[in-house]
Design a protein around this ligand. Sequence first.
Ligand code: ZN
Length: 452
Amino acid sequence: MFASVLVDTRKRSRAVIGTALLGWAMFLGGTAQPARAAECPGNPNALGTSRTLVVDPTEHPRIGTMQYRETLPLADHEVVLTFDDGPLPKYSNQVLAILASQCIKATFFTIGSQARANPEGVRKLAAAGHTIGTHTQTHPLTMNKMPIERARQEIDDGIASTLAALNGDRSKLAPFFRIPGLMRAEGVENYLASRGIQTWSADFPADDWRHISPQRVYDLAIQRIEAHHKGILLLHDIQPRTVAALPRILNELKARGYRIVHVVPATPDRPATPTEPQQWFMHPPSETIAVSRWPRIPNFVYTARKTLPAPVFSALDWRDAEALDHAQRARIGQPHQALWPQPHVAQGNPVSTLAVPAASVFRIPEGESLTLLATRSHANHGVAQAATATARQAKGARRTAHLPPGASRGKARPAPQHAEQSDRSAGAVRLASLKKRAPRAEATAIPKRVPD
Ligand SMILES: [Zn+2]
């Protein structure tokens, strides 16, 4: 992608490109070669520092895609290492030793109070050639909501303390700042920008401040770097798990073809590395990806809501049932007609308007009753047999037509004992039928109420 951008740029303006091409050539080629490893004494397999990137904080005041649109203009497989919260000799010195063994240059964001307590630790950072930024005086995790005056004081004091440890040598202190806990606030960032200080977020942490194992720190670091293929890694030089994980992280980055970039601030004697604006994005806008040109947050315009007055009842035709229905619902504030069918509510009292059915309607001859019972219990073979016999005895031969097909066709040939049963009264048959049906109904109903 960068190569195509370069080609496009070259087409646009050959005159301006001279210096940019030089920067690109350095970016893409020579300095990234493993030849640097040979320059690392005692470690021919060192990861090394592939190049130095000079940035102008005033041109790009906020970086790190964890919070901002822009990040450092890194090429594919380039990583910048950052360490916060030191110096704390016990662990910071080990981190320094690990980085030295790999000839790696990193950026440290020191806490003012730590610098006061361990000024020698700050001087060690400078002596090793690392970049030193600051991280407030007392590391408050409330910069997103504290009064701006207090935030300014934290920033100023942190810088003053670190500078004091460096014996006032401003050339050894970079105008780089990281907000504790990344608790960003517009006022804080604006203040930093007004002082020409670059606010550094990160592209990915490794969660090494959490109570996790060094193995987990290693896994997160590698996974997140691999997810982006480049970027700023946030670590801490005050954690034993970081010290334990760091050698493996560096070896793995080397094995996977990653390169370490050292970042320093521009000065009058050291101009910023030429870059194109799109390089400052993790995923540069492309002519082929239209969506990247869209605003991040759409500016929706909401129209004011209006409440329409309820219709006047007198304006409606009461003979129109639908209009009446609408009017009634509008009055009582019910929602609009749903799409699914609504249950019909009968108007009036049916008891007072319907005729009482005659008693003869419910009168059923004894023989008919038996036949119906037998029909309903057709699933029970024995009952069907009994019913067949009883119905025959009741001289209702024609009524056997109402029996189930199996029974009427004589499938159930009555055995002698069945014939004896059939001589019993119709009432006995009815009772037997009910007794057999009732337990079955319960047996099927109860399990439905018991969870499986
Ligand atoms: Zn911190």
